[in-house]
Design a protein around this ligand. Structure first.
Ligand SMILES: Cc1ccc(Nc2c(-c3ccc(O)cc3)nc3c(C)cccn23)cc1
Length: 109
């Protein structure tokens, strides 16, 4: 059915972002931000709705998204969290911008 095809495209897009060819720019997004390991204890005070690619994949597999728009909203949340927390001067800010460009290219068809 139409919706199944749309959700398959979400998974296809997610898989693209995780590809090793983007390993230099996707690694901060593959797992939840480990603010203890990264020594950024203020992170949970600033970012109220953390999101990452492994959580999005889990939600896709568990059927938590009913529309592609819900999937896209979590992708955008992940990148916006990165831009909120990491000032433009930090490399990880630009990694988010680069990976979001990969997403935009694939998502817009
Ligand atoms: C002192 C300091 C400053 C900035 C960071 N940012 C950061 C983030 C990050 C990603 C998404 C996000 O929403 C917030 C943070 N991921 C990393 C990684 C994987 C390595 C190094 C820095 N990283 C870490 C430590």
């Amino acid at each position: 059915r139409k919706n199944d095809i749309q959700m398959k495209f979400c998974m296809q897009t997610l898989r693209e972002l995780k590809k090793s060819k983007y390993k230099d720019i996707n690694f901060p997004f593959l797992q939840p931000v480990d603010y203890v390991a990264l020594n950024i204890p203020d992170y949970p005070k600033i970012i109220k709705h953390p999101m990452d690619l492994s959580t999005i994949e889990k939600k896709l597999n568990e059927g938590d998204y009913t529309t592609p728009e819900e999937f896209e909203a979590d992708i955008r949340l992940m990148f916006n969290n990165c831009y909120t927390y990491n000032p433009p001067a930090l490399p990880v800010h630009n990694m988010g911008k680069q990976l979001e460009k990969v997403f935009d290219e694939k998502w817009k068809d």
